[in-house]
Design a binder for this molecule. Structure first.
Ligand code: ADP
Ligand code: GLC
Length: 499
C-alpha cells in the first residue's frame, strides 16, 4: 500500500492541536503495518528548519498565479517518515501562525494558500510532477486539504483512490467567491455552502470514502444539532462514511519515557508522578503540597472546550481546596479572565497563556485530574494522554470523550472499567458536580489508585486504529478494482514508468 497523507500540520514540524498529533502518529503507525507512507504539508519556516536531509525535488509549475513554488523532500526530524514540503515564499514563508497572524486574525489569503497546497498534492499523486512515487490512496485531512479529492476526482484518466477525514465539523474553510482562485469551469456548483465556497464540503463530497475521528461523533454529526449544516451531505454518503477512533503516539506520550518530564513512571510504580507534581507546583509557583489535588486544563480556550464554563466555575474551584493549572490560548476575553483570576488567587490558580508543548506534557503528568470538558468533541486527545499518565479525566458525555472515558461509580469500579468522571449537560453545575465526585474520590486513596491503575492500563495505542484505516484503504482500492474503476495494474505501471 502506497499512501500519501496530506495535512496542514504534523508534529513536531508544525502543530496547533490534535490534527498535528494525528498527522504524525497515524502515518508512523501505518508505516509500522507495512505501508509505504509519505506526508505532504506546507513548508512553514519553522517546519522547514526541522526537516532532516532536505533536498529540492523541483520547482513547481505555476498554479493560481503562484510562480515561486518549490517541492522539497526530507524526513521527520525524529523518525523515518518521509515528507514532501510545498514551499512558496509568497504563501507559506511568513512569520506568524499557521492559519492566523499574531493578532489572531485568519490570513486573508488562506483560500489561496490551501488551494495551492491541495493542487500540488493532487498533481504529485497524479504523476504530474517529476516525482516517480505514486500512491494507491491519498488521505486528505480537514478543510485545508478538502480540494485534494476534488482535483483528483476531476482528473481524466488513471487516478488514486481518496479518503477524506474531518477532524472537526466546526472548521469548514468557507470563503467568499472572490477569495477563491479559479478552480475550473464548474467551480462551486456542488460545494457551495450558503453562497460561499466550502473546502470542507468539497472533501466530503468528492472523496471515495469519508471518515471522522470517533464512532460517537460520526453518529452525532448526522444530526442537525452537531452537523453544522453538513448533516445532509454526510447522510448522502451512506456506508462510505464512518468513524475511526484516534489513538496515542506512545513514542511521544508515555510517562515512562516522556522527554519533557522531570521523573518517569508507569502503572506499576507511580512514585515518579509525585515528583512530576512537586516540580510542576514549583515551576508554576503554586504551594508545594503533595496532598492537595491538582486539576490541569490543557486546551484551546474556546467555547467548544467550555473554557467559558471554566471561568464560571472558578469561584467554586477556588473554594474547593484544590489547585488549578491552566495552559491554553484562544478567546481573548477568556485569556484575560484567567490572568485576572490567577493574579487574585495565586495560591490556587496558575494560568499560562500561550502554546507550550513542554508544559502540556508536564501538566498531563503532574496533575491529579485533567478537566477536559467540551460542548462537542470529535475525538479529543488530551483525555487519552491523561488516562495514560494516571491523571483522571473529567469529561462531558459527547463524541470521542464518550467513547474513551468510563464514569466512576461502585459498579464500574467493581467491573474494573472506571477510568474518569463523565457529566451530561454543558453547564457549570453539571461540570462542578463531576469535579466534586473526582475530588471526593481523590481523598479515598485506595479507590483512587484502583481507578488510576485501570486508566493507565487501558489500550489506546494507534495500532488498532491504524489497522482500521488499512482495512478501509484496502476496501476502497479492492472495491474499485472489482468495479473496474480507476487506476491499478497496467495503467498504474505505465504512469509509474513515465514518472
Ligand atoms: P483539539 O485538536 O480540538 O485542540 P485535542 O485534544 O485533539 O484537541 O488535541 C489538543 C492537542 O494540543 C494536545 O496534544 C494538547 O496537548 C495540545 N495543546 C492544546 N493546547 C495547548 C497549549 N496551550 N500548549 C501546548 N499544547 C497544547
Ligand atoms: C480536532 C478535534 C479533536 C480531535 C483532533 C484530532 O482538532 O477538535 O477532537 O482529537 O482534531 O483528530
Amino acid at each position: 500500500m502506497r499512501l500519501m497523507f496530506v495535512t496542514s500540520e504534523a508534529y513536531p514540524l508544525a502543530k496547533t492541536g490534535g490534527l498535528g498529533d494525528v498527522s504524525r502518529a497515524l502515518p508512523a503507525a501505518l508505516q509500522r503495518q507495512g505501508a509505504d507512507v509519505r506526508v505532504v504539508m506546507p513548508a512553514y519556516p519553522r517546519a522547514l528548519v526541522q526537516l532532516r536531509d532536505p533536498k529540492v525535488v523541483a520547482p513547481l509549475d505555476p498554479a493560481f498565479g503562484i510562480g515561486d513554488g518549490i517541492l522539497i523532500t526530507g524526513m521527520f526530524p525524529d523518525c523515518d517518515l518521509p515528507v514532501y514540503m510545498v514551499s512558496s515564499a509568497t504563501l507559506f514563508g511568513r512569520a506568524g501562525g499557521l492559519y492566523q497572524d499574531d493578532a489572531g486574525n485568519d490570513w486573508a489569503d488562506n483560500a489561496l494558500r490551501f488551494a495551492f497546497l491541495s493542487k500540488v498534492a493532487a498533481d504529485l499523486a497524479l504523476g504530474q510532477t517529476p516525482v516517480s512515487w505514486l500512491p494507491n490512496v491519498v488521505h486528505a485531512n480537514d478543510w485545508h486539504t478538502g480540494l485534494v479529492p476534488l482535483f483528483i476526482a476531476r482528473h481524466d484518466g488513471p487516478r488514486p483512490h481518496t479518503v477524506f477525514t474531518t477532524h472537526n465539523m466546526a472548521f469548514q474553510g468557507n470563503f467568499e467567491r472572490q477569495q477563491v482562485p479559479d478552480l475550473g469551469t464548474a467551480a462551486g456548483a456542488d460545494f457551495e455552502f450558503y453562497g460561499k465556497i466550502s473546502y470542507l464540503k468539497a472533501g466530503l463530497r468528492y472523496a471515495d470514502r469519508v471518515t471522522t475521528v470517533s464512532p460517537t461523533y460520526a453518529r452525532e454529526i448526522l444530526s442537525p444539532e452537531c452537523g453544522f449544516g453538513f448533516e445532509g451531505v454526510l447522510a448522502a454518503r451512506g456506508p462510505d462514511f464512518s468513524g475511526i477512533l484516534n489513538g496515542i503516539d506512545e513514542t511521544i506520550w508515555n510517562p515512562a519515557t516522556d522527554r519533557f518530564l522531570p521523573a518517569h513512571y508507569g502503572a506499576r510504580d507511580t512514585s515518579g508522578k509525585h515528583v512530576c507534581k512537586r516540580e510542576l507546583q514549583r515551576e508554576l509557583e503554586l504551594p508545594i503540597a503533595p496532598d492537595v489535588p491538582l486539576i490541569g486544563f490543557v486546551s484551546r480556550l474556546t467555547e467548544q472546550k467550555m473554557a467559558d464554563t471554566l471561568i464560571e466555575a472558578l469561584p467554586w474551584i477556588a473554594a474547593s481546596g484544590a489547585q488549578l493549572a491552566v495552559v491554553g490560548e484562544g478567546d481573548s476575553a477568556i485569556e484575560a479572565a484567567l490572568i485576572e483570576a490567577a493574579e487574585k488567587n495565586p495560591a490556587v490558580l496558575a494560568a499560562t497563556i500561550g502554546y507550550d508543548e513542554a508544559l502540556a506534557h508536564k501538566l498531563h503528568a503532574g496533575s491529579d485530574i485533567l478537566l477536559a470538558p467540551a460542548r462537542f468533541e470529535p475525538c479529543g486527545l488530551t483525555q487519552l494522554y491523561a488516562l495514560r499518565y494516571g491523571t483522571l479525566p473529567v469529561v462531558r458525555n459527547t463524541g470521542g470523550l464518550a467513547d474513551t472515558v468510563v464514569d466512576t461509580n461502585n459498579l464500574t469500579i467493581c467491573e474494573r472499567t472506571a477510568s474518569g468522571f463523565v457529566f451530561n449537560d454543558p453547564t457549570s453545575d453539571d461540570m462542578v458536580s463531576a469535579l466534586s465526585r473526582a475530588l471526593a474520590l481523590y481523598h479515598e486513596p485506595l479507590r483512587w489508585q484502583l481507578v488510576q491503575l485501570q486508566a493507565m492500563t487501558r489500550e489506546f495505542g494507534w495500532d488498532r486504529s491504524a489497522g482500521a484505516y488499512m482495512e478501509l484503504y484496502r476496501k476502497v482500492t479492492g472495491a474499485a478494482a472489482k468495479n473496474g474503476e480507476k487506476r491499478e495494474g497496467g495503467e498504474m505501471a505505465a504512469l509509474r514508468a513515465a514518472g
